[in-house]
Design a protein around this ligand. Sequence first.
Ligand code: ATP
Length: 326
Amino acid sequence: MDKTPTIGVLTSGGDAPGMNAAIRAVTREAICNGMKVKAIYHGYQGLIDGEVKEFQTQDVSGIIQRGGTIIKSARCAEFQTPEGRKKAYKTLQREKIDALIVIGGDGTFTGARNFSMEYDIPIIGLPGTIDNDLWGTDATIGYDTALNTITDCIDKLRDTGASHDRIFLVEVMGRDAGFLTLNAAIAGGCEAAIIPERAPVPEQIEEAIKRGQRKSKNSSIILVQEHAFEGGANKVAQLIEQVHPEYSTRVTVLGHLQRGGSPTASDRILASRMGVAAIQALLDGQRNVMVGIQNDEITLVPLNKAIQQKKDIKEDSWHAIATLSL
Ligand code: ATP
C-alpha cells in the first residue's frame, strides 16, 4: 500500500442492525491511522456503477444507534459474472481504492473471494447478518438485535395467546440456520422450535402433537424456522388442526420486522471491535480474511473457510427444552 492508502467500505446482502456501527468504526480507525475512506453505496452494485463518496469522521457521527445501513445494501446479480467484477475493478482503479472492507453474509464473502482470485485487491470481510450462520465467529453483527426483537414479539404474542387459548405458530428467519429460532424459543419460553438442522418430517410433527404435551396448558407458542419445514408455519398449523380440530391455531410470519430496529449494545460493541480489527488487519498486511470474535478474542479466518465450513448448532442437552416437544 502507498503512503496514504484509500480504503473502500460497502455493505451487501441483507441489512443487519449494527452495520452502521461497523462503518463508523472502520471510518474512524482508518482516518486515525492516516488513511482515506471511500464509502461505496448499494453494495457490489454501487461498486460496479461507481457510487462512491469519500467519508470524513463527521459522515459517521450520530449513526451508531441506527438500524439498517446508511450506505445502503443491495443484492447484485451482475457481480456474479466476470464482466460485472471487471467493471467493479475499474471503479476501484478510478477511485484509487487500495483495499476493500465488505460487510455482509456468506454470499457477500463468496463474491469477495471470487473477486480477490481475479484481481489483486486485499479484502477484509466483516460478518454482518442476522442469521449468525458464518463459521469462524461466535456471533455475527445483527444477530443479538434480531434475537431480542423476536423474543420481544414472542412475549407480546404470549399475552394475546393466553387470553384466547390459542396455539401460535411463529415463522422466523435464518436462511439455512436455526440459531435465531432455537435461541429465541429458549429465551421466549416457547413450547417447541422447528429448525433446519433437525428438520422433522410431517409424521414426527404429527406424532409430537398426538403426544399432547399441551394438555395442561391454555396456550402454546411454536417457532418454525422459515426453511425447516416445507410449507412453513402455515403447514404446521394445518397439521395441528388436522390432528386436533379442537385447537385454534394462528400463524404469525415475523418477516422483515426481524431485521429492523436500533442495534443492541452488544451488537454495537461487536461491530465496533470488528471494524477496528479490520483496519488493524490491513495495517498488518492481512488480505482475504474475515474478522471474527471467538471466546472474546479477535480471530482472522480465511474467507474461503468462513464460506465453506458449516457452523453447526452444538448438541446441548438443555436445548431439548425447546426443540420439537409440542
Ligand atoms: P444475508 O446472509 O444477510 O442474506 P448475504 O451476503 O449472504 O447476506 P447474498 O444476497 O447471498 O447475501 O449475497 C450478497 C451479494 O453477494 C449478492 O447479491 C451478489 O452480488 C454477491 N454474491 C453472492 N454470491 C456470489 C458469487 N458466487 N459470486 C459473486 N458474487 C456473489
